[in-house]
Ligand binder design. Structure first.
Ligand code: ADP
Ligand code: MG
Length: 601
């Protein structure tokens, strides 16, 4: 069961204040306009009612022949209608401006959050708490503009209700007092309902996340083929429904439970209204009040009740969002990677790892043990080992994405943790095991994203395409490298073409991006696992004649043999190192692992 997260009045008010301060900072003119709008929306109907009441009074007087009453009646009719027209025009204008305000504020918040997400220390992406926090904070950010508007509405309902009650007290203070009493139960019931809903929402995070992932999976055609062959698609649809129902049923149960309470509150409100109307009717019959006061009381009482109801509704509706605001602020205050540190001015001459140990945060298993290696500029290094040996982890540490738990990594005798990350990453072209295909981009963009700091030219793109042997693929396409790489991007109306590539072709595309980057250090983590052996051999032949520093993880002996030095990893430690030919002669771990690929004489 999730921890109860009740938001206190103090937290509520301070959250409201924060939203207002933040909105004002982001869009000052919109914020001022909204405040003005709230006041006008609250006062205008009261003024209209006032004139409508006067109109009625003078109409009755004119009807009974009183002198001068008819002119006044007509005058007030006109005034009432002027107010009415003004009301209409005003609310038309505000709805447009509100939309724009919401857009301005929402997008500012969204940008802020995405930027913050992209600046978190890398290991935080692995941290469940951070991701949970982001989830909740994101939810808040989507609703920020809405919350801002709702706060305006709350303010407006509040002034509207208070205004009506004050206006009623001009007739008799009792009336105002009774109405205040009548709206209390409704307010309390609404607040309690919301608290229950928040708790439910918080408690069902895992259910919701599972459902989300299944929903996403079911929409991916590539994954669908495996799921259908395994016969799990139907099973997953069932699970999806089940998860959705669990979530919704509880919501409905809470709603039903409070329905009768709310009906009771409504009945109390209706009775109070009836009492007030009977009272004013009797007063008018006794000639203690003018006839128009019936309109006045009827309008104001129903308005006071409606506005109070509105107030409760609105307050309750943003209660949950305000609770998420706390998470939003927590998220925005997470530490980000600082961009200070020693700037690398040129490609480093040496990378050295000195007795590096590593354990992933919040886990126990030592993934790297006492790793010491020196990589000089221009070295071609291969890292080999079974799945789970720690190869990819080693690369993540060299990239500076994680810090060693013990030991240090140096770049030109400078501790890597003291080196400015951006200046380090600029020197590296990485192709990870889980490479990215930018589905929102065409083939060419997928390549030029390798280095967004340089102006793309045909020459640079062609060179990368050639090195990754992607030319044939592109030549076969009607639109060449302007083709999108995900079939659903195709569009007849805008004549946009898209294609689906094979696994190996996608990998070549990612490889082309890596080559396009043209960095002095190239890191490749099983970059050719889906590429056929001959092509891999050719690609690496070309790569290994370059003067670049290369760190490559591969399972193919023909590739490994090209490296100057091979590091064989086992259970997080380096167990053998040297040229492949020497390691084969040694008849040790390396020989054992690659024996099936070694040509027997
Ligand atoms: N983000 C992570 N959090 C916790 N453990 C991880 C993470 N990534 C990898 N591991 C663990 O670290 C070990 C080494 O993984 P990895 O470096 O990916 O191996 P390799 O690349 O050699 O196949 C494995 O036991 C794996 O379960
Ligand atoms: Mg790996």
């Amino acid at each position: 069961m999730a921890k109860k997260r009740k938001i206190t009045i103090k937290q509520y008010l301070s959250a409201v204040l924060r939203v207002m301060r933040h909105s004002f900072g982001l869009a000052p003119s919109s914020a001022i306009f909204k405040a003005m709008d709230s006041i006008i929306q609250a006062i205008l109907p009261i003024a209209t009612t006032y004139f409508a009441a006067l109109t009625t009074t003078f109409l009755v007087e004119a009807y009974s022949g009183a002198e001068g009453a008819s002119e006044k009646a007509i005058l007030y009719v006109m005034l009432t209608s002027v107010f009415g027209v003004f009301s209409l025009v005003w609310s038309g204008a505000t709805s447009v401006i509100s939309q724009k305000t919401r857009y301005t504020i929402n997008s500012a918040i969204e940008d802020e959050m995405i930027l913050q997400l992209s600046r978190l220390p890398f290991e935080m992406y692995d941290d469940k708490e951070t991701i949970d926090l982001y989830d909740k904070a994101k939810r808040f950010s989507h609703f920020f503009g809405y919350v801002f508007n709702t706060i305006g509405d709350i303010f407006s309902s509040f002034i509207g209700a208070i205004g009506s009650i004050v206006a009623l007290s001009l007739i008799t203070p009792y009336l105002s007092f009774i109405i205040l009493l009548a709206v209390l139960p409704g307010l309390i019931i609404q607040m309690r309902l919301t608290h229950k809903q928040i708790q439910h929402w918080e408690g069902s995070l895992v259910t919701r996340r599972r459902r989300f992932h299944i929903g996403k999976l079911l929409m991916e055609s590539r994954k669908m083929s495996e799921m259908r062959v395994y016969g799990v698609a139907k099973y997953l649809v069932g699970l999806f429904k089940e998860l959705r129902d669990i979530e919704k049923k509880e919501d409905i149960r809470i709603e039903i439970k409070s329905t009768w309470q709310r009906s009771l509150a409504d009945i109390i409100g209706a009775l109070v209204e009836l009492g007030a109307l009977i009272w004013i009717a009797l007063q008018i019959i006794d000639r203690a009040q003018p006839v128009g006061q019936f309109v006045y009381v009827q309008q104001l009482v129903s308005r006071a009740l409606a506005q109070m109801g509105n107030l409760a509704d609105r307050m309750a509706s943003i209660d949950e969002d305000l609770a998420n605001l706390v998470d939003y602020h927590k998220f925005m205050e997470l530490p980000t990677v600082d961009d200070s540190g020693h700037e690398l001015q040129k490609a480093p001459e040496e990378i050295s790892l000195k007795s590096v140990y590593f354990t992933y945060p919040k886990t126990k298993k030592q993934v790297l043990k006492d790793i010491s290696i020196d990589i000089k500029r221009g070295d071609h290094v291969a890292i080999v080992g079974e799945n789970g040996a720690g190869k990819s982890t080693l690369i993540k540490l060299i990239m500076g994405l994680y810090k060693p738990t013990d030991g240090d990594i140096y770049v030109d005798r400078q501790k890597l943790s003291d080196v400015n990350q951006e200046s380090w990453h600029k020197r590296i072209a990485l192709l990870g095991q889980e490479f990215i295909i930018y589905e929102a981009c065409n083939l060419r963009e997928n390549i030029t994203l390798g280095d967004v700091s340089k102006e793309p030219t045909d020459h640079l793109v062609d060179r990368a395409v050639e090195a990754a042997e992607l030319g044939e693929v592109i030549d076969d396409l009607e639109r060449g490298d302007k083709t999108y790489v995900q079939r659903w991007m195709a569009d007849e109306t805008s004549d946009t073409k898209a294609t689906e590539l094979s696994g190996g072709q996608y990998q070549r595309l990612a490889l082309a991006r890596n080559f396009y980057r043209d960095a002095p250090i190239v890191i490749l983590d099983e970059p050719t696992s889906a590429i056929d052996a001959l092509a891999e051999s050719r690609i690496f032949d070309r790569l290994f004649v370059s003067k670049k520093t290369i760190i490559a993880i591969s399972h193919r002996l023909s590739t490994i043999e090209k490296a100057d030095v091979v590091y064989m990893m086992k259970n997080g430690a380096i167990v053998e190192s040297g040229k492949a030919s020497r390691l084969i002669e040694q008849r040790g771990e390396f020989y054992k692992m690659f024996s099936s690929q070694i040509k027997k004489p």
